[in-house]
Design a protein around this ligand. Sequence first.
Ligand code: AMP
Length: 183
Amino acid sequence: MTAKSARISSAPEPGRARVFVGLGANLGDARATLAAALDELRALAGAGAWRASSAWRSAPVDAGGPDFRNAVAGFDTALAPHALLDALQAIELRFGRERPYRNAPRTLDLDLLLYGVQGDDGGLAQADERLELPHPRAHLRAFVLEPLAELWPDGTIPGRGRVAALLAGVRAAGGQRIERLSD
Ligand code: AMP
């Protein structure tokens, strides 16, 4: 697939919001977990637009255990932000995620990166005790920015800047080992 065809395009239908969700797994069969989680997200999207990035392998950041397998999905949903977070957490639980301590290794981590994306604009900026948008660490992490840039290369994360510029900065800083996988 070329970079251009990977992009998510066309506006969501009325009543739907475009979102990006980050996926990460580093315990058990991470490849199978990520594939199954993408299937679940695709089911959430229903008939709406859907794109998934390549799979990436990244070194743990602020976390223990083996390398992570990461991806980003972009899709349109009829769910409101908190209802979508509920749905993502339900999927995490189905995959047996346990949280014995902060940043413990996890079977599956789903992060709501952006909600209400319109074209190159990254949508909602809001924070409450359950949900912060944009995701507060998305702009810092190569394992978010690399796959996000595949789907949304011209996008801007509200309050943070352009994805391409953020990615260039993270790459230049070094220290976050990441590679794109071919399967
Ligand atoms: P973590 O264990 O790092 O995945 O963090 C999960 C916690 O972060 C949950 O309690 C969520 O309510 C909260 N949270 C806040 N904003 C977000 C977001 N944008 N996406 C996912 N979880 C979020």
